[in-house]
Structure formats: structure tokens, C-alpha cells
Design a protein around this ligand. Structure first.
Ligand code: NAG
Ligand code: NAG
Ligand code: NAG
Ligand code: NAG
Ligand code: NAG
Ligand code: NAG
Ligand code: NAG
Ligand code: NAG
Length: 853
């Protein structure tokens, strides 16, 4: 019963797949083309006379921040610690060599296959024994000096983590344990010096764990070792309640199929002898969501969108032994094998690795993963992919489930794609598809965008419930094009059809939505509420290095240079800018420039000091931060305009498709990054949008509907390094003191290689919040909480129909909510269709949903 299907293995691999980093080469060079006066900040700190003003967001508006159904429960106590097998040196010396030879034989099998079958699939992994894999990792030597260099170097990156001060002293009710990142680094350095950490892999794991405890999906430095070896659990677990209201129990996923049959299926009572919930609580603590319920959900398999859950993927970690004991409610205990895989990719492989020392030299120190991702992007001006869709430079987050997704937080993509499009004329392809298969749903949606990001359904019920399935804000495919255009077109077709058929109610399903392009989040919000304001405020930390970066960006993106840039873009188009205008674009998009930002009064901050401050925050934490601003989407830094902005400004006159009272937001708590930006727009501006959250810990307490990282932009290792390069190019140090000043302050290349490395850069802040606390620490309970029932788990279409009946109709299979409720007492009458469209009627209406007797 525990043999995994191949597709599950594939999607499991994609869950841990790393996120590529934009080319380093595209940065740095750009700035040199602009001649600027050298500002000497080496001797004096940056002009910080603005720091006299206390940080004040400016306006105070009393506004509903959403219904509270109670306080959230306190954090659990750790009761279980993973064991950790320590290999015998006589064994581990040979482990890497054995794996390397398994790799070589796998490739030679492939070589003989491909000789006879040209379609043979190139292998990317081979199964090895978990202990052998761990022995190999354990044999990697620790280099004390290099590790200490890494620790002090990475601290210069982590000072950009927006929440670093809050993490030390997290707000009450945030359910975040205190984490002192810098203190933790100092402790690690001490352990490395003293020999308490004597193995490189122990250092990697301790560092990973330090950052994981921050529960911020944007924050992570993933070492290369994880792409060469990873571990897998024996199967996936699920958490299921018979009726969505009774507390759920834990089952082996494959047993779910028998659950329908009504047979007595046993649930899990113990794992390795520990109470199952205590074990899972400990395991969930490794998760990246801020909400403990979202972390709990991440343990389990899911079907929409599909995932295997971290009990199976193990976050790639060595589980400490070869097998795991599961006890079921029928009192049987079984021992199941863990598994391990040696893996490889185009940048890193096992050739020539005989010892742990080889692994250290060839893998740990290897920056090739970045360089490969850079060359995939295509270094300008070499041939490169077509334009990657608009808004890519405003990429808040890359959903971790997306395989090999390009990190598009920087303008790197713009750089390459703009160069490329100068030589190739892109044809606009078909932007939407009707009645085509979508995800794993049993019925295709009425309409979806060309990249399959969203699917729009209409249920055949009395209120003609419309459902928009929004499991991401970015295409799964790295090379996707026309993401914003396709998204725009699909939404327009969907809402036009909703008007035509007289659909009165809308369910927005954002389950599993880990974010994507910020532009898509804004686009969806504006199409829902064309006339409503769309303000999403953020601030960054304003420490010494941030100020240095801001000064450098300002040197290039002066008012005059910015005006000229805008003029050039108007004349030749964003895709055709080069040299100096390109350097200006890179500086503006560096994250440290004010030119495309607006303060809460809607003005671009007058000068550098107004923008970067630093402004003091005092109270719960003491820190220095920038002004509270939002991105100006009228600024010409996107290929295509978001509806309601720029050339699409008049979109605000479009009729609103649904009343806010007629919208239900369905989540599983994982909503992260751009998804939180979108939900926050809904929540702040449209307080009556109802929310339902699925799953979570079996505690019958309130549960957050938005539980993933609330940060509103990542900056990657490469982004930060490019800012450092801009500084060094503009202000080359002339003395040893100046050089030392830079070394002490700005991020420099780190000795170890990564498959993903980034910090959360922007804190999302509600301007109405007088404490100006990052939303990362605000967990708002959903109005209604339901657990997963077997059919609700396997069949989203059924779930939508029953939720619609629960909220707006009668006869729902759900007898209310497990926690909270959806009744708000208002009349639910929708708009009458007055603007019939001519879209052909196609077979999109669903068959009547069968209501269980
Ligand atoms: C520093 O900022 C103050 C206030 O904004 C301004 O008057 C002054 O000219 C600035 N000094 C420099 C050197 O830019
Ligand atoms: C802001 O903090 C700095 C450093 O602690 C201090 O010198 C300055 O007086 C503070 N400004 C205000 C307005 O409190
Ligand atoms: C106990 O329950 C598990 C899970 O349903 C099942 O796999 C196993 O066969 C059962 N054992 C016995 C002895 O019935
Ligand atoms: C393995 O990596 C080495 C060194 O990077 C490279 O030369 C070789 O081509 C790679 N082998 C395969 C099969 O990818
Ligand atoms: C913030 O600074 C004030 C004044 O220096 C101090 O009393 C307070 O303890 C500090 N708070 C924190 C959390 O460090
Ligand atoms: C907005 O302007 C465009 C062209 O200028 C026009 O085609 C479109 O109908 C207008 N939309 C609205 C809602 O007025
Ligand atoms: C929410 O709905 C209630 C009942 O219809 C109404 O009284 C209230 O003003 C609405 N709140 C907002 C912010 O629209
Ligand atoms: C929609 O439901 C009605 C009533 O159950 C049924 O008569 C009709 O055939 C359904 N339409 C479609 C397209 O399934």
C-alpha cells in the first residue's frame, strides 16, 4: 500500500527544487556607464539628519480590520527531538565514493539505453541507502576559517531581513517564538571555534534551523548539498475529519481511497512511540509559514494544488535513522523505511567525488548553480528567452512548489529580455483557453489563461456561483510568457461571462497560493474592484548598508536622469532601452530608490533623506526604517500596465462584477507573499469579504486565513551583491580605511554556494496601524474554519458547491463551521445582468452536484 506513484515523486522533487538566481553578470557593469560625482561617505556616515523625526505613518484611520472569532492559542511546547545517528568514521570515509559509483553506473545504464532508444529519459537521481547518504554528508570536512568567514559575511545579508528586530522580540499573539538571528550566528561561530560543531553538515543544518525558526518563506540560504542528496519519508499522511467539523485524525494517504468504502480504516496514533500530535507539532516547527496551522497543513498531502506534504519530503533533511515506526488505532505498529536519493543537475554532479573533502571542494564551495541559472537566463546581449511577461520585476515571491522558477525580483530579467526582444518580434499568442483541462479537476474551467495560473468556473446552482481558482500568481513554467496579459484576458472573459449568465456569488480559492508576481495580485484586485483604491504599503530597514545602497541608487537615478529615462521609455519603449537608461532602470528597481515610490499622501518622496530616513521605531522594538511607501504602478517600469494604472487607468470606470458581500475567500492558511498582498487589499479596502480556512491543528481554535510570509518583496543574494557592485563601481575605495569600511558594512560574495539565497526585504504595513508592526506578525482568524473531509479533500468542485450553499443557500453538506461562522445577517442579492456579452455558450456549466444523502 505504500508504493508511491511516479507523479508523486516528481512533484515531491519539485517541492524542494531550488529557485534560480538572476545573472550576476547583468549587474555591476551597468552602473559604470554613468559618470557621477563621487560622494565621499567613507569618512562620514550617510546624511542622516532626517533621523530627528520620530517614525510616524502619518494618518490614522479607524477601519475594521476583520472580524475576530477569538484569540489564537499559545505555542506548543516541544516534546520530541529528532534523533541523530553519528556515523563511525571507518564507514563514512567510503560513503561518497560509493554514491559516486552508483551515479556513474546509473549514467552508464542510461548511455546504453539511449543507444537503442533515443527517447530514453536522462536520469537525475538514483536511490541510495539513507545512512550511506548521511555518512557521505557527514564526511564533509569542516573548514573553520572559511565557515567563520561565511558567518560574518552572511550577517551582512541578514541585516537586510526586514523583521530581524521584531524576531528577537515578537509581538504577543503572533505565535512566533523569539529568534535572535545575529545572536544565533555568534553562537554558531563560537561552536565552530570551540569544536562543538566539528562537521560541516552539522554547521549547515544548525544554520538552516536558525533561519527556519523565523518561519518566513522569503528567508533562506539553501546550501548546494541539498541538491546532491535528499531524503524521503515512506509515504504521505493526510489529516481528515469525517464531516469537516469533528476534529480530524491522521491517516496514511493511500488509505483515503478506502475511506469512501466505509471500511474501518485505522488512523495513526503514534509515531516512533510518541503521541502523533506531539510528533507532528515538532515536525511542523520546521515549516516556513508564520501560522502554526499553515505549517501543520504543510505536513500533509494535498490535492488542490497537489503536494506530497513534508512528512514525505522531509524538507530534504536526514531523518536521523533508516526507518520510522507508525502505530495505528488498531494497535498494530509497523516499521517503514525512509529513503534517500543522490541527485544531480546541469551545474553539480557526482563525477570525481571520492571523499567528503572532494564533496567540499566540488560542491560546497561551488557557485556554479547560480552561474548556470544565469546562463539559462542568457547573459545580455546573447540570445535570450522572449519577454517573460510584464510585472516580472515586481516579483514578490517564488512559490516554493514551483520547479526551477526564476527569481525575478531584480531587473535582471528585464535586462536580458529587453535585449532579446530588440532582435525578435514577439507574436502575441492565444491568451485564454475555454473548457480545457485544468490542474487535476474533474471538469475543466470555463476559461483559463494561457499559462494555467487561474481557472474560472460557474457552478450549476441556483445562484450560479462563480469560482476563481487562484492557486498561484505566477506560471509554473520558468519560460512562461504573457503572464499578466493572459491573466488580464482570462479575468475579463470570466467576469464578462459572469455578468452575462447573471452569476451573483463568487468564491475565490487561494488554497496553496504561495505568491508570484505582485502585478497579478493587483490585477485581480482591480478587476474585482475597479473603482476602489489599491494601496499596499511597505518599508525597509534603514541601517548603514541600506543607506549606502540608497545613496548609490540616488547617484544614478537622480531626478534629471529619471525624467530622461521616462522620456526615453515613452519614445523607444521599455524593451529597447540600453546603457544609461538601463542603468537608471536598474538603480530604480534596486529596492533602495525612491523614484517609483509614493508616500501615503501619493507623492514621490522629495529626496533621498525623505525616503531612507532613517526613521526611528521605538516601543516593542527599536529599529531604524525607511519611510512608509508603496510602489507607483504608473511608473513606466513594466511591459504591460496593470488594470487601473498607466495606459489602463480608465479601467476604474468598468462596472464592479460582484458586491463584496457576495465574495467568499477560501484559503488553507498557506497564502504567502503576493497572495498576502492581494488578501490584504481585499481585507483593508473591502472589509466584508468573508473568509474560510481549511485544515490546521485539531484544536478547535481560530485559525489564520493568511498564514504564509507577509513580506512584500524578497531580495536575493544576487540582488544584494549587485547593489554592492554598484557602490564599488561608483565609489571605488581609495584607501585601506575606505576599503575596510565597505568590507565591514556591505554584503560581499560568500564562500559557499547556494541553490536559493534571499532575505525578506519589505515589511507590509497597514498605514492605519499606529504601532506600524509588520503584518508578518498579524494572524487574523478566518470567519469560518473547516477541517478537510474526505470528499472535500479529493474534489474541489464539490467543496465549492457545499461552501456556496453554506454561505448563501441551504442544504449544505457542512452543518456550519468547525469554528466561527459565515452568517453576517445581510441580504444576499446580487447585481442583475444588464450588459449581456456575446461569448458563445459552451459546455462549461457543471452537472448538478450530488448531495450526499
Ligand atoms: C542633509 O540633509 C539635510 C536635510 O534634508 C539637508 O539640508 C542637507 O543639505 C543634507 N546634507 C547633505 C550633505 O546632503
Ligand atoms: C533616533 O535614534 C537615534 C539613535 O538612537 C537618536 O540619536 C535620535 O535622537 C533618535 N531620534 C528621535 C527623534 O528620537
Ligand atoms: C491496522 O491499520 C492499518 C492502517 O489502516 C492497516 O494498514 C493494517 O493492515 C491494520 N492492521 C491490522 C492487523 O488490521
Ligand atoms: C559533471 O560535472 C563536471 C564538472 O562540472 C562536468 O565536466 C561534467 O560534464 C559533468 N557531467 C555530466 C554527465 O553532466
Ligand atoms: C528600546 O530603547 C529604549 C530606550 O533606549 C529602551 O528602554 C528599551 O528597552 C528598548 N527596547 C528594546 C526592545 O530593546
Ligand atoms: C478605456 O480606454 C480605451 C481606449 O482609450 C477604451 O477602448 C476603453 O473602452 C476604455 N474603458 C473604459 C472602461 O472606459
Ligand atoms: C459590512 O456589512 C454590514 C452589514 O451589511 C454593514 O453594516 C457594514 O457597513 C459593512 N462594512 C463595510 C466596511 O463595508
Ligand atoms: C443544471 O441543473 C439543472 C437542475 O438540476 C439541470 O436540469 C440542468 O440540466 C443542469 N445543467 C447542466 C448544463 O448540467
Amino acid at each position: 500500500m505504500h508504493v508511491r506513484a511516479a507523479f508523486q515523486l516528481l512533484s515531491a522533487a519539485s517541492i524542494v527544487a531550488a529557485i534560480n538566481i538572476p545573472p550576476l553578470a547583468a549587474f555591476g557593469q551597468a552602473a559604470t556607464t554613468t559618470a557621477v560625482p563621487i560622494q565621499n561617505f567613507y569618512s562620514a556616515p550617510p546624511n542622516s539628519s532626517a533621523s530627528g523625526s520620530t517614525y510616524a505613518p502619518g494618518v490614522t484611520v479607524n477601519r475594521a480590520t476583520g472580524p475576530a472569532t477569538g484569540t489564537v492559542t499559545a505555542p506548543r511546547t516541544l516534546t520530541y527531538t529528532q534523533t541523530d545517528y553519528t556515523p563511525n568514521p571507518s564507514v563514512f570515509r567510503t560513503a561518497c565514493a560509493e554514491i559516486s559509483s552508483s551515479y556513474a553506473s546509473r549514467l552508464s545504464v542510461y548511455a546504453s539505453q539511449v543507444a537503442t532508444d533515443a527517447d530514453a529519459i536522462y536520469p537525475t537521481r538514483v536511490a541510495v541507502r539513507p545512512r550511506e547518504a548521511w555518512d557521505c554528508l557527514y564526511s564533509i570536512p569542516l573548514n573553520v576559517d572559511v565557515t567563520l568567514e561565511f558567518i560574518s559575511g552572511v550577517a551582512k545579508y541578514l541585516q537586510f531581513q526586514s523583521t530581524i528586530e521584531y524576531l528577537k522580540n515578537p509581538p504577543a499573539n503572533s505565535l512566533q517564538d523569539p529568534v535572535d538571528i545575529i545572536g544565533g550566528l555568534e553562537k554558531l561561530a563560537e561552536q565552530v571555534r570551540s569544536g562543538a560543531i566539528a562537521h560541516h553538515i552539522r554547521f549547515e543544518n544548525a544554520f538552516r534551523k536558525l533561519l527556519q525558526r523565523c518561519h518566513d518563506g522569503h528567508l533562506g540560504f539553501n546550501f548546494n548539498s541539498g541538491s546532491l542528496i535528499n531524503f524521503r519519508g515512506p509515504f504521505s499522511l493526510i489529516s481528515v475529519s469525517p464531516d469537516a467539523i469533528e476534529k480530524p485524525k491522521v491517516y496514511v494517504e493511500d488509505d483515503l481511497f478506502s475511506l469512501d468504502g466505509g471500511d474501518e480504516i485505522s488512523y495513526v496514533t503514534r509515531i516512533d512511540g510518541y503521541d502523533v500530535e506531539a510528533w507532528l507539532a515538532e515536525w511542523a516547527d520546521y515549516g516556513s509559514s508564520q501560522s502554526p496551522d499553515a505549517r501543520y497543513n504543510a505536513i500533509f498531502a494535498n490535492r488542490d494544488p497537489g503536494s506530497d506534504g513534508t512528512f514525505y519530503t522531509l524538507y530534504g533533511w536526514y531523518p536521523g535513522k533508516n526507518s520510522i515506526a507508525i502505530t495505528f488505532s488498531n494497535s498494530s505498529t509497523y516499521e517503514y523505511e525512509y529513503r534517500a536519493f543522490a541527485r544531480w543537475n546541469s551545474a553539480l554532479n557526482w563525477t570525481g567525488i571520492r571523499t567528503g573533502a572532494d564533496f567540499y571542494d566540488q560542491i560546497v564551495l561551488n557557485p556554479a548553480y547560480f552561474e548556470t541559472s544565469s546562463s539559462q537566463e542568457g547573459a545580455a546581449p546573447a540570445p535570450a528567452p522572449e519577454p517573460t511577461g510584464s510585472g516580472s520585476i515586481y516579483h514578490a515571491h517564488d512559490a516554493p512548489k514551483i520547479k526551477k522558477r526564476q527569481m525575478r525580483t531584480g531587473v535582471a530579467t528585464t535586462t536580458t529580455s529587453t535585449r532579446a526582444s530588440a532582435t525578435s518580434t514577439p507574436r502575441t499568442p492565444r491568451l485564454v483557453y475555454f473548457n480545457a483541462p485544468f490542474m487535476r479537476h474533474r471538469v475543466g474551467p470555463y476559461v483559463q489563461d494561457l499559462n494555467g495560473i487561474i481557472g474560472g468556473y460557474f457552478l450549476n446552482d441556483t445562484v450560479k456561483t462563480a469560482v476563481l481558482d487562484v492557486s498561484s500568481f505566477a506560471a509554473a513554467d520558468d519560460d512562461a510568457e504573457y503572464e499578466l496579459l493572459g491573466f488580464q484576458a482570462a479575468l475579463a472573459a470570466f467576469f464578462a461571462e459572469a455578468r452575462r449568465v447573471g452569476s451573483q456569488k463568487l468564491i475565490l480559492d487561494v488554497r496553496g497560493n504561495g505568491g508570484g508576481l505582485i502585478a497579478l495580485g493587483f490585477e485581480l484586485y482591480k478587476q474585482l474592484f475597479p473603482a476602489a483604491p489599491a494601496n499596499s504599503y511597505y518599508r525597509i530597514r534603514a541601517h548603514e548598508a541600506a543607506q549606502i545602497f540608497a545613496i548609490a541608487a540616488e547617484e544614478i537615478a537622480t531626478d534629471k536622469a529619471t525624467e530622461e529615462f521616462i522620456e526615453t521609455v515613452r519614445r523607444v519603449g521599455l524593451n529597447n532601452i540600453e546603457d544609461e537608461p538601463l542603468a537608471v532602470a536598474l538603480a530604480i528597481n534596486s529596492g533602495f530608490n525612491r523614484q517609483n515610490t509614493l508616500d501615503i499622501r501619493g507623492n514621490t518622496p522629495a529626496n533621498l533623506d525623505t525616503f531612507i530616513g532613517p526613521y526611528n521605531i521605538t516601543g516593542l522594538v527599536n529599529d531604524t526604517v525607511s519611510l512608509l511607501v508603496q510602489t507607483n504602478y504608473n511608473f513606466p517600469l513594466q511591459d504591460n500596465d496593470i488594470s487601473g494604472f498607466g495606459s489602463r487607468a480608465n479601467f476604474s470606470e468598468t462596472p464592479q462584477p460582484f458586491r463584496k458581500e457576495d465574495i467568499l475567500l477560501l484559503s488553507d492558511g498557506t497564502c504567502a507573499s503576493t497572495c498576502t498582498i492581494f488578501s490584504e487589499l481585499l481585507k483593508r479596502e473591502q472589509a466584508n469579504v468573508s473568509t474560510v480556512v481549511m485544515g490546521g491543528r485539531p484544536n478547535d481554535g481560530p485559525s489564520a486565513h493568511v498564514g504564509g510570509t507577509h513580506g512584500s518583496r524578497v531580495l536575493t543574494y544576487a540582488n544584494l551583491l549587485s547593489n554592492s557592485r554598484r557602490v564599488v563601481n561608483l565609489f571605488p575605495p581609495e584607501t585601506d580605511e575606505q576599503e575596510q569600511y565597505l568590507i565591514d558594512n556591505i554584503p560581499l560574495a560568500l564562500p559557499f554556494g547556494f541553490t536559493y539565497a534571499a532575505i525578506n526585504f519589505r515589511d507590509a504595513i497597514r498605514p492605519e496601524d499606529e504601532t506600524a508592526t509588520p503584518l508578518q506578525f498579524a494572524l487574523e482568524p478566518a470567519d469560518c474554519r473547516l477541517y478537510f473531509s474526505p470528499i472535500g479533500f479529493t474534489d474541489s468542485i464539490y467543496l465549492w458547491g457545499e461552501l456556496s450553499k453554506l454561505k448563501w443557500g441551504t442544504g449544505s453538506a457542512f452543518e456550519g463551521c468547525a469554528v466561527g461562522g459565515l452568517q453576517r445577517g445581510e441580504e444576499s442579492t446580487g447585481p442583475v445582468p444588464d450588459d449581456p456579452d456575446t461569448v458563445e455558450i459552451v459546455n462549461y456549466i457543471l452537472r448538478p452536484l450530488s448531495v450526499p444523502a
